[in-house]
Design a protein around this ligand. Structure first.
Ligand SMILES: Nc1nc2c(ncn2[C@@H]2O[C@H](COP(=O)(O)OP(=O)(O)OP(=O)(O)O)[C@@H](O)[C@H]2O)c(=O)[nH]1
Ligand SMILES: [Mg+2]
Length: 278
């Protein structure tokens, strides 16, 4: 049995920074985790990369295929679905084999953290990530999606709802247990305003939303809030990377979600030295 976090969320929400902070936290706690780069366009890493998707497909490959320079290539990747499609088609074809090969280097109870790219298409309607998850499941991995949302999304209710909808679409598509995180808490000056969004009352959200939008949207607002509420999605854990306690709390939530440590407890009990005395 392996354990995995799939770190997802919109571009710039802090996924890679989270991965490197988590890595440092685990090193200090003498715990082994392996961070995997799944972003073909990534360049610099603050963490040691255990597995790297760029071995399979890189921005250079896209540039070559489309005859573009580095900036054009990146812009194309960001903006153009065709380039994304090429990128993902490459991935689709080879991902399972690559994963199969790479995973051979890891032991049964290893803990992998996948740093994903921020293209929202990946989580909403391109099946590549879903297939990737299925492969990991077949390999006996307990997986949890860790969705990062920038705390700046909490500044008003309309942004909050749009953040929730993107998150929800990822969850429906991936069908994984999920932990939602509000990143960059160090940038939040007024924590009080934000508290109302952390575990919000549906009635509060609805009245805020109705205030912000014209009366013609009342019905739509009601439906949106009901949807978000029905999926019990609207719950975020704030994460302040400056505080070890905050990182540990988030890690505990995720570990619970993938039942990491539960088997270890059993093992410890099996080898209880007092048993030897009997
Ligand atoms: N103040 C602050 N800045 C952060 C934090 N996390 C990330 N950032 C900044 O936000 C920007 C984006 O962070 P990344 O970690 O690269 O975000 P990402 O989600 O990996 O981005 P993509 O891979 O491009 O989707 C960088 O400039 C980071 O320095 C945080 O906790 N606090
Ligand atoms: Mg990143």
């Amino acid at each position: 049995m392996g354990y995995a976090q799939l770190v997802i969320g919109p571009a710039g929400s802090g996924k890679s920074t989270y991965c490197s902070s988590l890595y440092e936290h685990c090193v200090a706690a003498r715990r082994t985790i392996n961070i995997v780069n799944l972003d073909p366009a990534a360049e610099n890493f603050d963490y040691p990369v255990a597995m790297d998707i760029r071995e399979l497909i890189s921005l250079e490959d896209v540039m070559e295929e489309l005859g573009l320079g580095p900036n054009g290539g990146l812009m194309y990747c960001m903006e153009n679905r065709v380039a994304l499609a090429i990128l993902f088609r490459h991935l689709e074809d080879n991902l399972d084999d690559w994963l199969e090969e790479e995973l051979d280097n890891y032991l049964d109870d290893d803990y992998l953290v996948f740093d994903c790219p921020g293209q929202i298409e990946l989580y909403s309607h391109v099946p590549v990530l879903k297939n990737f998850v299925e492969h990991l499941k077949r390999k006996n991995f307990n997986i949890c999606a860790v969705y990062l949302l920038d705390s700046q999304f909490m500044s008003d209710v309309t942004k909050f709802i749009s953040g929730c909808m993107a998150c929800l679409s990822a969850m429906v598509q991936l069908e994984l247990p999920h932990v939602n995180i509000l990143s960059k808490m160090d940038l939040v000056t007024n924590k009080k305003d934000l508290e109302e969004f952390l575990d919000p009352e549906p009635t509060f959200l609805l009245s805020e939303l109705n205030q912000r939008m014209g009366p013609q949207f009342a019905k739509l607002n009601k439906a949106l809030i009901e949807l978000v509420n029905n999926y019990s999605m609207v719950s975020f854990i704030p994460l302040d990377l400056r505080k070890e306690r905050s990182i540990q709390y988030v890690l505990n939530q995720i570990d619970n979600c993938i039942q990491y440590g539960e088997d270890a407890d059993v093992k410890v009990k099996d080898f209880d030295p007092e048993d030897d005395d009997e």
